[in-house]
Ligand binder design. Structure first.
Ligand code: SAH
Ligand code: SF4
Ligand code: F3S
Length: 478
């Protein structure tokens, strides 16, 4: 039996990729270990979206240097977006890394490990750059990797990600993703449907469809074009699936057929993550986001008019090149106007290989970025808390995920009552005192208290008094 340690940072795509790689290695007899020093093979699934994410990975690799010198038979692999972006540079910075494998070559991981064990050093398996071949060649070099699913690698057995699209063609000027994940490609609907059926058979109740611009999804054959709305309709009636979500949406591609599908298909969550990024038209233009604030506004009006019970979340970048105080204030005003359920707020981080890095100076001081980040977060948190207060006294249907992180850490969590957590149909986090048997059920919870990121509830059918807990804030989506 061989032991695998895998560390994953970045977005849901990376979590899914790790699940797939683990599934393929389990078939080769690997067991997972959470102790890096006990592992035979160590994999780092990396993210390049901000510099900090890369620094963390290089620092984690640095800690393994001595270990690898003492145990040269251990295999260390770097996968994911930083592998595609930095390529050979990783061997220069960390020569004890055995192989580097991009997100489009993950099917090769078992072979790369075998070849390392057979004595090959510094193997590099990456996709073509965006100017390094014909469109077809570049596309083929970024392959989607979706083998058999491994339910044990998921955050919970009842929820799963399902990739419907890889890559991105939007080329926002700040973003590495079109380079690291390659051209946008939709997966065939038949494959997506059969994967969804496998997930349902494995006991999965909620599927989140993934794509960098998920609502741009298209799959064309000579006979027809399948859009996201068609796909949702196709997946909707799979027995066992109770909820369908999809992230992340691109504002320009939020078409009426999609909003109508969200309205008409009861299993589709009325939750839409559709990042605005900035409230200033000049900054949106510099970012090459492809829409104006007025166009975003028009989209929001259509969502409000079409989808009852909707919850919208956003991403913002603060301190983008040349952003003035007034332009930052426009982002503040946008959050106040649209009253997002939540927003993920990021300080601009200059990324090699992007147009912003080549053409625009990163001229906003770090302290100013930090200040704007705190300000925007404070405004968003106050709005999230106000919106959550409206749920007090209401009973909401919650898909129970399991004991909360806090309960999992508590020594006495083996008792009958533990803090449980789950989400509403519109993606709000709920905690209550319940029991482990509730996991995987969709059940009514009555809300009696609300904070910015959490609703506190009780299950009225069971005899348990309300009590106030705190939970950690949700992880950023990307
Ligand atoms: N495909 C998604 C998200 C991609 S990355 C979308 O288009 O919305 C997730 C978020 O990270 C982005 O929405 C953006 O807000 C942020 N981000 C991307 N590049 C960044 C950079 N260079 N610096 C800071 N934040 C960045
Ligand atoms: Fe694509 Fe999103 Fe990056 Fe823009 S921010 S280039 S849409 S992944
Ligand atoms: Fe990071 Fe790649 Fe996702 S850069 S955010 S892991 S697509």
């Amino acid at each position: 039996m061989r032991r695998l340690y895998i560390e994953t940072v970045g977005c849901q795509m990376n979590m899914l990729d790790s699940e797939m790689v683990v599934a393929s290695l389990r078939k080769q007899g690997y067991e997972i270990t959470t102790d890096p020093l006990a592992a035979d093979t160590l994999l780092f699934n990396t993210c390049s979206v901000r510099q900090l994410a890369e620094e963390k990975t290089y620092s984690a690799l640095g800690k393994l240097k001595k270990h690898k010198l003492r145990h040269p038979d251990k295999v260390i692999g770097v996968m994911g977006c930083m592998a595609q972006k930095d390529q050979k540079l990783i061997f220069e910075r960390a020569p004890y890394v055995d192989f580097v494998v991009g997100p489009g070559q993950l099917a090769q991981v078992p072979q790369l490990i075998a070849d390392t064990n057979a004595g090959q050093a510094h193997q590099l398996a990456v996709g073509l750059g965006r100017r390094d071949g014909s469109v077809g060649e570049i596309k083929r070099s970024h392959e989607t990797f979706d083998p058999l699913r491994d339910p044990t690698m998921r955050p919970t057995p009842y929820q799963a990600y399902l990739r419907i699209q890889i890559g991105c063609d939007k080329f926002c000027t700040y973003c590495v993703v079109p380079n690291t994940r390659g051209p946008e490609q939709g997966r065939p609907p038949e494959q997506i449907e059969s994967e969804a059926r496998v997930l349902a058979d494995q006991g999965c109740k909620e599927i989140t469809l993934l794509g960098q611009t998920v609502n741009s999804y298209q799959y064309r054959t000579e006979q027809q074009t399948t859009r996201l709305s068609d796909l949702l309709a196709r997946l909707h009636d799979i027995p066992g699936i109770a909820r369908l979500k999809f992230v992340t949406n691109y504002p320009k591609d939020m078409t009426d057929d999609l909003l109508q599908a969200v309205r008409d298909l009861p299993k589709v969550s009325p939750y839409l993550h559709v990042p605005l990024q900035s409230g200033s038209d000049r900054i949106l233009r510099l970012m090459k986001r492809g829409y104006t604030v007025a166009e975003y506004d028009e989209m929001m009006e259509r969502i409000v008019a079409t989808v009852p019970g909707h919850a919208i979340s956003s991403d913002f970048i603060v301190g983008f090149c040349s952003e003035t105080d007034q332009e930052f204030e426009m982002s503040v005003e946008a959050i106040k106007k649209y009253r997002f359920k939540n927003s993920f707020i990021f300080k601009y981080s200059e990324r090699p290989g992007t147009r912003a890095m080549d053409n625009l100076p990163d001229d906003i001081p770090h302290e100013v970025k930090q200040y704007r980040n705190n300000e925007l977060l404070a405004v968003q948190n106050a709005i999230s808390e106000e919106a959550n207060h409206a749920f007090i006294g209401q009973t909401v249907d919650v898909l129970v995920e399991g004991p909360s992180k806090k309960a999992a850490k508590q020594a006495d969590s083996s008792g009958p009552l533990v803090q449980m957590t789950g989400r509403t149909h519109c993606d709000r986090i709920v905690v209550w005192e319940g029991n482990r048997r509730q996991a995987g059920q969709i059940m009514p919870v009555t809300i009696y208290e609300a904070r910015a990121h959490t609703l506190f509830g009780e299950v009225l059918t069971e005899h348990c008094g309300p009590e106030v807990f705190t939970v950690e804030s949700p992880l950023p989506l990307a």
